[in-house]
Design a protein around this ligand. Structure first.
Ligand SMILES: [Zn+2]
Ligand SMILES: [Zn+2]
Length: 337
């Protein structure tokens, strides 16, 4: 089979290798689509300490089961599936207390073991979710990122009518936008430096879009909301600059979700006095423990529409270009191996 293989940082080769063998409790999935995510770029650049090289990356995938190992009766050959890439131990205190996304023994398909940028991938059946009828496999490749966003939104518990700022209008920001609207947010404002992405945010229901390279976001929001800030801010960009921007737009008693992946060496200067005086809450959100089914439901019902997010469908041969950020005007790039 053809596979994209990273042996060391900034070195990706398309190789020919044997189709992997399955063990009892596993299935062989023929990959239909695998989304390119910021995490893949970090793995390629060698700044994802969690990743284990050499590796076939790719963790946002959909496909069809083509073989099953012994002791498998929950899926059959021919089933259309999507994959929860995060395999947890089930035994640690996090796994046993409904916080399995914090499992210290976690293995992740496409991060610590071979993933979906290949024609075939081996998946333990605990990680497989059947794709509901009516949902295309292109859309099903978004299940994991939608599940992660759902986890973040759940941690924020947005109350009906609360105004929300989303910083970043990449695929994650645009999913958060739709989820925030669905959970009853008042006005949803999106800040983003790329005008093409801002236009799409507007189409997907943003009440106000702001470009921080031209405007002072806090001032524009203050004008739009007639003298107030937002109750909730979501960083869907990653790093200290968008976090500072988001924090500056919060009302007293506001909540900030740290969702975007910052580089490991990034540090964020904040004024403890501001957190204290305005009773601000900073909330982290890491992958998702149990949101895959809900994400599939939202995708299948159309409540979250990811079709407009697909900007490019590429082959494995163009993956390295994507990881080098050499493809212009992207929202979500899907790879069809
Ligand atoms: Zn991802
Ligand atoms: Zn565990």
């Amino acid at each position: 089979m053809k596979a994209a293989f990273i042996d060391k940082s900034r070195s990706l080769n398309i190789i020919d290798k044997d189709i992997p063998l399955i063990k009892p409790g596993e299935a062989l999935v023929k990959v239909h689509m695998c989304g390119v995510c910021g995490t893949d770029i970090h793995i390629y650049e060698g700044v994802m300490p969690w990743a284990k090289l050499p590796l076939i990356p790719g963790h946002e995938l959909s496909g069809v089961v083509v073989d099953v190992g012994r002791y498998v009766d929950s899926v059959s050959v021919g089933d259309a599936v999507t994959v929860d890439p995060n395999i947890t131990c089930g035994l640690c205190r996090y796994c046993r207390s409904a916080k399995r996304n914090l499992c210290p023994k976690m293995e992740s398909i496409g991060v610590t073991r071979d993933g979906g940028f290949a024609e075939y991938v081996v998946v333990p059946i605990s990680q497989l979710y059947r794709v509901p009828s009516g949902l295309s496999l292109d859309e099903a490749a978004f299940t994991e990122p939608v599940a992660c966003c759902l986890h973040g939104i759940a941690r924020l518990s947005i109350k009906p009518g609360e105004d929300v700022l989303i910083v970043g209008a990449g695929p994650i920001g645009l999913i958060h936008l739709q989820l925030a609207k669905r959970t009853g947010a008042g006005r949803v404002i999106v800040a983003e430096v790329n005008d093409m992405r801002l236009k799409l945010a507007e189409k997907l229901g943003a009440d106000l879009t702001v470009n921080p390279s031209r405007e002072v976001v806090a001032e524009t929001i203050n004008g739009f909301l007639k003298g107030k800030g937002v109750e909730v801010a979501i960083d869907a960009a990653g790093g200290s600059t968008p976090l500072t921007l988001a924090l500056n737009c919060l009302e007293p008693d506001g909540r900030l979700l740290v969702f975007g992946v910052a580089s490991e060496n990034d540090a964020w200067p904040i004024k403890p006095y501001d957190i204290y005086k305005h009773e601000l809450t900073i909330i982290g959100s890491f992958i998702n423990p149990y949101e895959m089914d809900s994400a599939l439901n939202l995708l299948a019902s159309g409540a979250v529409d990811v079709k407009p997010l697909i900007s490019h469908i590429i082959s494995l041969n163009d993956l390295e270009k994507a990881l080098k950020r050499e493809i212009p005007n992207t929202i979500k790039i899907l790879v069809k191996p």
